[in-house]
Design a protein around this ligand. Structure first.
Ligand code: RB5
Length: 156
């Protein structure tokens, strides 16, 4: 599986730790910036980069981190067909995969420490979408995008 990683300047170190962890586990990891804590990279930029790479089929999933995880997830969620969930616990990380079919896990570097962040990441990547009644609900999210005229919304 190919996984894209993005952060703003507030979460560069956490992104590096997550990438090292995932590479060790055998995932192919792609870095979408930021490159350094001293390089100001506003969260909409990496959030959009990773979401659009998923949409184009260049990567399978993504991990996004900023100070809270919120700004960068909002950016990703603006890309049609993309679902990013912010997590600060392992239960939610499992649920956003099993129930919400999120392609992107988002976390806040100012919220969770690195040890917990790695466990949250493991919970997300070891879980998969359960389909069934959850598929109907995820389809309803897609319907909202289509009702507002967002281009070609479905990305499964
Ligand atoms: C940057 O200071 C901070 O606003 C950002 O990392 C994030 O927390 C936004 O949601």
């Amino acid at each position: 599986m190919k996984v894209g990683f993005g952060s703003d300047h507030a979460a560069v170190e956490l992104k590096a730790a997550l990438m090292a962890h995932m590479e060790e586990k055998g995932y192919e990891c792609v870095d979408f910036g930021a490159d350094s804590p001293s390089e100001k990279l506003d969260y909409p930029i990496p959030g959009r980069r990773v979401a659009e790479a998923i949409r184009r089929g260049e990567i399978d999933k993504g991990v996004l981190v900023c100070g809270t995880g919120v700004g960068i997830s909002l950016a990703a969620n603006k890309v049609p067909g993309i679902r990013a969930g912010v997590c600060s616990d392992t239960f939610t990380a499992r649920m956003i995969a099993e129930h919400n079919n999120c392609q992107i896990l988002a976390m806040g570097a100012r919220v969770v420490g690195p040890g917990l962040a790695l466990e949250i990441c493991d919970a997300f990547f070891s879980s998969s979408f359960q389909g069934g009644r959850h598929a109907r609900r995820v389809d309803m999210l897609t319907q909202i995008e289509q009702d507002y005229g967002y281009a070609d919304a479905p990305v499964r």
